[in-house]
Write a protein that binds this ligand. Structure first.
Ligand SMILES: *Cc1c(COP(=O)(O)O)cnc(C)c1O
Length: 478
């Protein structure tokens, strides 16, 4: 009898052929990666993709991969490149991609313990490991999220309920942070219905760190005015300059006044693994909630954030639910289910993309790579200080170096010059740098966090900067 054929279930032979084509594509990409640009500003920006509509008929894998290469993998920032030194770079560990592959093939349902007890145990084990890194107790609650933004939303929604902020109180419920806090926290406040909370931007010191005395004063003033201070947000690694707020002193102020203490360690958190990073994060253990991004500091591909909440009960109260059709699932409560601690129900089995590389490489390899990033930042800082005309206002606390070029001629506007400089560096494309404004000054940023960034990458970036400055100064005068 002839076997029926189901087009959505390829034969082993068909699977092998497609897999072979994809593997060739991947191996070519990885082999060529060191010589690929870090940024491609193509005029079409992937628009060719739209000329190939989603259609009834199948496409050959080679044709699909050709489209992917030209329209998706080439234009824009090459986030897999070690030359990506802009914003906060990500990673893209290969074994993590294989973890995703495994997770997708078995399609374990990691939202609920009953349905995939091993998968949920794995995710909780990873979260307990992260809790240990930042000095949180074993029974802290946590969730592997898609990124730092959703992790922040979970943390702030939990904080709102723990502090019993009711709708009527919102206009008087004051939040304290600095002007350098990440914008995802504003977004999270708004989505959590807290957009009308007054937000106080506490003064920063010369290193762009929150001043705890100023925080204390602001809280006292607001209390005296009859307002309800309820939330302090500190940063462990700001996006602008990589500054770490004084976490211990801020924690004490928050505790004294009974405020929820949130630490945004999306960028900086995993430096707790590095011997010279750990002391910089001292005090993070005082937080009530912490966000850290494995797709930054653990070099995992995009789609991995984490939130940790010290008091398990508090986050369960914010996210719990009941539904008759879930009664089988809810009877098994040996391990907390991700669905009980986040807005998600069905979700990607994110644990495997973390577990596999941590298992196959071992934690020591991550520790070493993170320590290297801190050293590279100090190296870049030292070099930039010695480059004539370059200004480096603050020493890097972690792995972000901020600088600008001060043109020798007083005729040239420094902001305009640096704006042109970043454009030239980006157009060159061998490395990608980004920029920010610091007290009105246009600054360039070198953010070092890819596991593929090493000393030659930094030297290349510095060479490009020297070269572009010389060219620009010449053309400016002409
Ligand atoms: C990246 C980042 C975020 C946002 O995280 P996503 O993973 O991009 O959603 C928040 N805070 C800081 C300090 C960050 O660096």
């Amino acid at each position: 009898m002839k076997q029926p054929s189901y087009p959505l279930e390829p034969t082993q032979q068909a699977r092998a052929a497609v897999q072979q084509a994809i593997d060739t594509y991947i191996q070519t990409f990885l082999t060529q990666l060191p010589s690929l640009p870090a940024f491609v500003d193509s005029p079409a920006k992937g628009a060719g993709l739209l000329e190939s509509p989603i259609a009834e008929h199948p496409m050959a894998v080679d044709e699909a991969l050709a489209l992917l290469k030209q329209e998706v993998d080439t234009p824009g920032i090459n986030s897999a490149s070690g030359g990506h030194l802009g914003y906060i770079p990500g990673g893209g560990l290969y074994y993590s991609a294989l973890g995703d592959y495994l997770a997708a093939v078995t399609n374990k349902y990691a939202g609920i313990f009953f349905s995939a007890p091993g998968a949920v145990r794995m995710e909780n084990q990873l979260l307990r490991w992260m809790a240990g890194l930042i000095g949180f107790p074993e029974n802290a609650a946590g969730n592997l999220t898609s990124g730092g933004s959703i992790a922040s939303l979970i943390a702030l929604a939990t904080a709102r309920d723990a502090q019993k902020i009711t709708s009527r109180q919102i206009p008087d419920a004051v939040v304290y942070t600095t002007a350098h806090a990440h914008h995802c926290l504003d977004k999270a406040l708004r989505i959590a219905g807290l957009g009308e909370c007054p937000v106080r931007h506490i003064a920063m010191d010369a290193q762009y760190r929150m001043q705890p005395e100023a925080l204390d004063q602001a809280i006292l003033q607001d209390q005296a005015a009859g307002l309800k201070p309820w939330l302090v947000i500190a940063s462990a690694g700001t996006t602008d300059v990589g500054a770490v707020d004084p976490l211990t002193a801020i924690g004490r102020v928050a505790q004294t006044h009974g405020l929820w203490y949130h630490v945004d360690a999306a960028y900086g958190g995993f430096f707790a693994l590095a011997p010279s990073g750990k002391p910089k994060l001292q005090g993070i253990e005082l937080a009530d909630s912490v966000v850290m991004d494995p797709h930054k500091g653990l070099f995992i591909p995009y789609g991995s954030g984490a939130v940790l909440i010290k008091d398990r009960q508090q986050t369960a109260e914010t996210h719990h639910y009941l539904a008759n059709y879930m009664q089988d699932a809810l009877s098994a409560i040996e391990e907390a289910s991700p669905a009980d601690l986040s807005p998600e129900l069905s979700k990607h089995f994110r644990g495997l993309r973390l577990w596999l590389p941590l298992k196959l490489h071992g934690v020591a390899a991550f520790r070493e790579a993170l320590e290297e990033k801190l050293e590279l930042a100090q190296y870049a800082y030292g070099q930039l200080q010695q480059m004539p005309g370059f200004e480096v206002p603050v020493a890097p606390a972690l792995s972000v170096v901020i600088f600008r070029y001060a043109p020798a001629s007083g005729e040239i506007d420094a902001n305009a010059f640096n704006q042109r400089l970043i454009k030239e560096v980006q157009a060159d494309g061998r490395v990608f740098l980004s920029s920010t404004l610091l007290d009105g000054a246009f600054m360039l940023r070198m953010a070092i966090l890819s596991f593929r960034t090493h000393r030659p990458t930094i030297d290349l970036a510095l060479t490009i900067l020297r070269q572009k400055v010389t060219e620009l100064e010449k053309s400016w005068e002409a």
